[in-house]
Ligand binder design. Structure first.
Ligand code: 8OZ
Length: 372
């Protein structure tokens, strides 16, 4: 066999960021930030993984209203930004690059986590059939999400502003190399995008263009604050995560990426299939090559990042088929030196599911490297 040279380990320029390789650490929720403040242990965790070409932080709430789980970090208070600054400084010292994932959960929340115990907010007052995680006495407890209220149109500029303010603080104060707008996995922007969660009759519901409006406004506001070259977006066209459903996702997401093509983004990050699950969903077919083509044909120059259940062979195949970056999630939990392990073809540590969400160093910063 004439094995093609791997490009996984080749450097690449992505927007304003020069990355040492094509391997990206996907965002991973770990619930280890009490009071939404990043800790020194988080700095250790990310720094251990700094050999990735790019680290994407765990999803990080842009406002208290945008929070849906216990002990996830935020970006809206001084102590949170100071905490993140310790993380980004340590990662940079280790030669890494890190962007923060900007998160508003919308209806995937619980009254316990909302300002003054209020209802979570959503495009429409439709409860998500999904769970959230509260940490009680240090243990994760899965609870049903609370019934949301529909956002008033007058509230939407404030939400766009929260994304923009968080992006600006992330880059200017917390020292991130850039930001990723989380428009995937059934959270607020995805709730607006999809017909299953958006029954609005104003300019933000109905047609594809209307359902995509909030996401596009957010991306425009974020790029105005930190530049397109520091901005990425994450999409998950067919994931059923958090009760996400759209009756006709292909034209919706083709439309969205065509609109994004003019925004000079650093990258577009696509979860193929069910988040953390099957890459192919028989009842939700989707043509990802056509999606990428729609973006390129509309003039999109950003790096194309693919994610979900990849191993080395699948990652190399993705690059051969035109992806620029490949994101690995769970393998990075258990393998801080995943880049080196991929280079050597393994072996790979297995992750301990019991310590994914919440807790301390155990199952977080204590996974061994090949070097010991
Ligand atoms: C797992 C648990 C909680 C949140 C996502 C931010 O799916 C998440 C998430 C994942 O994007």
């Amino acid at each position: 066999m004439n094995a093609k040279q791997s490009t996984l380990f080749d450097p690449i320029q992505v927007g304003t960021m020069h990355l040492a390789n094509r391997i990206v650490m996907a965002p991973l929720t770990r619930n280890r930030a009490p009071d939404a403040i990043p800790t020194p242990l988080m700095a250790t965790y990310y720094t251990q993984r700094a050999s990735a070409g790019l680290l994407i932080s765990e999803a990080t709430a842009i406002s208290q209203q945008g929070q849906g789980y216990s002990d996830v970090p935020g970006l809206y208070g001084t102590e949170q930004l100071d905490g993140w600054k310790q993380v980004t400084s340590a990662v940079h010292q280790a030669g890494g690059k890190i962007v923060v994932q900007l998160w508003h959960v919308g209806r995937v929340s619980h009254t316990d986590l909302q300002p003054e115990g209020g209802q979570p907010v959503a495009p429409s007052a439709i409860t998500a059939k999904t769970k959230t995680v509260l940490i009680k006495d240090g243990q994760p407890v899965f609870v049903d999400t609370s019934a949301p209220r529909a956002l008033r149109a007058q509230e939407l500029p404030g939400i766009v502003h929260s994304y923009q303010a968080a992006a600006r603080s992330a880059v200017e104060t917390a020292g991130f190399d850039g930001v990723e707008v989380h428009a995937a996995n059934g959270y607020l922007l995805d709730q607006f995008l999809r017909s299953g969660s958006n029954e609005r009759t104003d300019d933000y519901g109905g047609s594809m263009a209307n359902r995509a409006r909030l996401t596009l406004e957010v991306v425009r506001a974020v790029t105005a604050a930190v530049a397109g070259g520091r901005t990425g977006i994450r999409l998950s066209p067919v994931t059923p995560a958090n009760d996400a459903f759209d009756a006709d996702p292909q034209p919706l997401f083709d439309y969205l990426v065509r609109e994004l093509a003019g925004m000079n983004l650093a990258y577009v990050h696509i979860i193929e299939g069910a988040t953390g699950g099957a890459r192919e969903l028989p009842d939700r077919p989707f043509d990802y090559a056509a999606l990428c083509q729609a973006y390129r044909e509309a003039g999109g120059k950003g790096a194309w990042m693919v994610n979900n259940g990849l191993d080395k062979a699948l990652a190399e195949e993705a690059l051969a088929q035109g992806a620029d970056l490949v994101a690995f999630g769970r393998p990075f939990i258990a393998n801080p030196d995943l880049v080196e392990r991929l280079r050597q073809g393994g072996p790979f540590n297995e992750g301990d599911h019991n310590t994914y969400y919440g807790g301390g160093a155990k199952g977080y910063t204590d996974y061994p490297t090949l070097a010991g």
